[in-house]
Design a protein around this ligand. Structure first.
Ligand code: CMC
Length: 377
């Protein structure tokens, strides 16, 4: 074992493992899944294709893709007990709490010995297929929408929209959602994926690993940022107030959500693609308010702080234009990232090494134990 040296706070720049799944070139602003540039995937592929790519390391043939789509369609149903549990959750619950608790609870009704391919690609497909159902089941009840039916004929993107909105999405809306799912599907060793891999590295099961990941994604420095961006837009209100609000926040050393990144030192390529979709959807819906505000926000934040947008800057505007309630933005991130999380967990099982770093101890070591009766009141 090598002796611990300097502390790398936040594990910044620490290379923790080898992975074939995802490569980020933070200097050039490139993102690669299994060898394929995200720009090509976003322009030409589907979420199903990308999930296949992440799990199997290669793009599917037509037959393989059709098989996977059919499997997704068949795996969308929840056990009755789990449906009843979701219906018993408080309607005011945070949907990320609902998702985390339900994925964890689902494991009780799909015991390890009977789960479709426990801790295997079967389990990865099950979790990826069922997350839109969990979100739809919860959201429809609280919104007073009719009960959800599985709709196996729909693509993942169209099903997600149907589950949440109870309407047939247009081609443009489905494609915008598909692109958002593709862009969020993986991102190397981000905090939630790392959490999933740490859990898997103890040889714990896939459902436990994904439960860890969902809890980690929830934080506003990670997946929760897109919801905060939309709160900020609401707070700002009009383009001419952007400058004043941003300068005020920066002078109070507050972070502007949707900007900055641990790895990208230039623009996040996912932000570039989502900016275009924000504009395209805004034009189609006759509402460019978010787009205009975000463009101005980018200009001011870059000028004042030199920061570039990350994936969370424009994703919220895309979801808002689709009519999705704000507290479902981070759960939608999870509905996509589950493909990457599960791919990483499967990779961890194949090349297992318990993840257990070391801390530099900074406390005392020679204190004399004082019995409780002698410690004062
Ligand atoms: N607004 C204002 N200042 C910022 C921001 C921001 N969004 N991001 C970084 N900075 C400043 C930070 O205050 C620090 O300044 P100084 O050196 O003067 O103290 C400097 O930039 C370096 O920041 P850091 O915190 O050391 O950088 P990091 O690598 O730890 O942070 C980050 C990465 C994503 C946590 C951070 O940029 C941030 O908090 N961004 C806002 C939250 C956000 O948008 N999160 C989504 C990330 S991408 C998707 C995802 O992972 O889910």
């Amino acid at each position: 074992m090598t002796e611990p040296t300097e502390v790398q706070r936040g594990l910044e720049d620490v290379v923790a493992l080898e992975s074939r799944i995802c490569f980020i070139d933070g200097k050039q602003g490139r993102l690669i899944y299994d060898g394929y540039d995200i720009r090509d995937l976003a322009a030409r592929s589907t979420f199903e294709e990308v999930a296949y790519l992440l799990w199997y390391g290669q793009l599917p043939t037509r037959t393989q893709l059709d098989d996977l789509s059919a499997r997704f369609g068949n795996l969308r149903t929840l056990p009755d007990e789990v449906v009843r549990a979701i219906d018993a959750f408080p309607a005011a619950a945070n949907p990320m709490d609902v998702l985390r608790t339900t994925v964890s609870g689902l494991a009780l009704f799909e015991p390890e010995e009977t789960r479709p391919g426990t801790s295997s690609i079967g389990g990865a497909q099950r979790l990826t297929a069922v997350i839109p159902t969990i979100l739809g089941q919860f959201h429809r009840r609280r919104a007073g929408l009719p009960p959800l039916v599985p709709r196996p004929e729909l693509s993942s993107a169209a099903y997600l929209l149907y589950a949440l909105l109870n309407r047939e999405p247009s081609e443009l809306e489905s494609r915008a959602t598909d692109v958002a799912l593709i862009l969020h599907a993986d991102h190397e060793l981000n905090a939630s994926t790392f959490a999933a891999r740490v859990t898997a590295s103890t040889l714990s099961d896939l459902y436990s690993a994904i439960t860890s990941a969902i809890g980690t994604l929830k934080g506003p420095l990670h997946g929760g940022a897109n919801e905060r961006v939309m709160e900020l837009l609401e707070q700002i209100g009009t383009v001419d107030l952007v400058e004043e609000v941003v300068k005020g926040k920066l002078s109070r050393h507050e972070r502007i959500m949707g900007f900055g990144h641990r790895v990208y030192k230039v623009e996040d390529p996912r932000a570039t693609i989502l900016r275009e979709w924000s504009r395209k959807l805004g034009e189609a819906k006759g509402n460019l308010r978010y787009y205009d505000l975000l463009r101005k926000l980018e200009e001011v934040v870059h000028r004042e702080k030199g920061l570039y947008p990350n994936v969370d800057l424009y994703s919220g505007s895309v979801y808002a234009l689709l009519g999705i309630p704000r507290d479902l933005f981070t759960p939608i991130f999870a509905a996509s990232r589950v493909a990457g999380w599960t791919a990483h967990v499967l990779e961890e099982y194949q090349d297992l090494r318990l993840i257990r770093p070391t801390a530099k101890y900074v406390g005392p070591t020679d204190l004399k134990y004082v019995p409780i009766a002698e410690r004062g009141a």
